[in-house]
Unconditional design. Structure first.
Length: 116
């Protein structure tokens, strides 16, 4: 019964390898639930400590806490969750760039600012 391609999704269906790329984007995430979790974390002392530090995770510039937003490293729309290791402080500029750039443009942007 040894199958060459035996990757399975959470429902036990076999996944063809060429579908794997899309699979992460199709992972069902309860966005409302995750947003609520993010809201809760936003008022936690863990987040306040992060904001108190005042650095944007991406460009590393210093900001006032009021100028920082909570960003999901992996967006909810792509299967990211509202967990501490997926939430970072992000300045408004980086936030809007991340929203409107294609993933590869965003990668280029990150590379650019890491060379600063
Ligand atoms: Zn930034």
């Amino acid at each position: 019964m040894a199958k060459r391609d035996n990757k399975r999704d959470r429902y036990g269906n076999r996944i063809k390898s060429d579908e794997l790329f899309h699979f992460t984007e199709m992972m069902p995430v309860n966005v409302e639930e995750e947003k609520q979790k993010a809201r809760k974390l936003r008022s936690s002392s863990w987040w306040k400590r992060k904001m108190g530090d005042g650095h944007c995770y991406y460009c590393r510039e210093q900001f006032k806490p009021s100028e920082l937003t909570m960003d999901h490293l992996i967006p909810l729309a792509r299967g990211g969750r509202s967990e501490k290791n997926n939430l970072v402080p992000c300045c408004k500029e980086c936030n809007s760039k991340k929203k409107y750039m294609m993933p590869f443009e965003w990668d280029e942007y990150l590379q650019l600012i890491s060379e600063k």
